[in-house]
Ligand binder design. Structure first.
Ligand code: TRP
Length: 335
């Protein structure tokens, strides 16, 4: 049996926050050390153009995300860590797949449908401000995944439909041209709690409620002090299951720490103290990574070098595989 091939992409539009760390970065970095897994992690910078057309922001986000993964100890020997735009085989495969992907399939994509609905609700033309990039996004994502014969793709719930589309696209291609692609599966980590943000809703860039991962210590403390709580006084019992602060604490805590804090809430710990303890716990975990992060950010050449090495490894697989795909569709030399 071949190794499990895990692949996931990170869109380079934002600054990494605690929710990204708990939900995606940490588990992926752990998996990167697993000898039974071949993992591919990449910066989805072509995807980022769909959402963001600010060149400085895209460059900065690429730098920050790459530095984050490296600072946190990604195993770059075992795994392949690269920037999507360094792999020209990916856009080439995107086009080949585009030509056998049903437009009707893309019409059903949630993100596209939501954009159309928003236009209609606003009394605009259905296509207002909708780019072909937004419409074709799932084909590019399918190419990312199929390019490396990925079997398992860790994603958030919002991406599950894109994985179903990638399977559909692969199946249709295989049916017509022969069995070239593995059918990938979405891996939605249900046991990794969704981290709430400062306002108690899911921590997400779109809600503007995030706590950036690499805030300097003082600012991190300040941000944690701003997490919403209720007006219960110290001494009054508090419900840990109805507290964003507790959920954030729990995401960083060991089982014992979690149990003890649960009890402390019931025993009426004051919000100020609970916040201080949450800060201490998170800060302790992030301290060593923060130093490495600062050092890397100051030396982008080291990051670039790691990405170039990753691209080379990725292309060692992608180049011959794309040749095979080209041949299968009839794009080949004449003699
Ligand atoms: N669309 C994904 C997101 O917004 C990012 C992504 C791009 C991705 N290509 C991918 C995820 C391939 C998994 C596999 O989160």
């Amino acid at each position: 049996m071949s190794k499990r091939t895990v692949l996931t992409g990170i869109t380079t539009t934002g600054t990494p926050h605690l929710g990204n760390y708990v939900g995606a970065i940490k588990p992926c970095i752990q998996a990167s050390h697993d000898p039974d897994v071949q993992s591919y992690y990449f910066l989805a910078d072509f995807h980022s153009l769909v959402k963001n057309q600010d060149p400085d922001r895209i460059r900065q986000s690429t730098l920050e995300i790459a530095a984050t993964w490296l600072a946190l100890g990604l195993d770059t020997e075992r795994s392949v860590f690269y920037r999507q735009s360094d792999i020209p085989e990916i856009p080439e495969l995107t086009w080949i797949l585009t030509c056998s992907t049903a437009k009707g399939l893309m019409n059903r994509a949630h993100a596209y449908k939501a954009a159309v609905q928003e236009n209609l609700d606003a009394g605009e033309d259905a296509d207002f401000a909708i780019t072909m990039g937004l419409f074709s996004y799932p084909v590019l994502m399918a190419a990312d995944i199929l390019m490396f014969n990925s079997t398992h793709v860790p994603v958030g719930k919002d991406q599950v439909q894109h994985l179903e589309m990638a399977r559909d696209i692969a199946q249709r291609f295989n049916h017509h041209y022969g069995e070239l692609f593995e059918l990938p599966e979405a891996v939605v980590e249900d046991h990794v709690a969704v981290l709430p943000g400062k306002d108690g809703r899911k921590m997400s860039k779109s809600y503007n409620n995030t706590i950036p991962l690499w805030l300097p210590e003082k600012q991190l403390r300040k941000a944690i002090m701003k997490i919403v709580t209720n007006s219960l006084e110290p001494g009054e019992p508090k419900d840990p299951d109805d507290s964003a602060l507790f959920a954030i604490y729990a995401a960083f805590a060991s089982r014992e720490q979690r149990g003890a804090m649960r009890q402390a809430y019931r025993d009426g710990i004051g919000w100020g103290q609970a916040k201080q303890e949450t800060f201490d716990l998170i800060n302790r975990e992030l301290l060593p990574g923060r130093e490495r992060y600062e050092a890397l950010i100051a030396e982008p050449a080291r990051i670039e070098e790691a990405l170039q090495e990753g691209a080379e490894k990725a292309r060692a697989f992608a180049t011959p595989f794309l040749q095979k795909i080209r041949r299968s569709v009839g794009i080949r030399q004449l003699v």
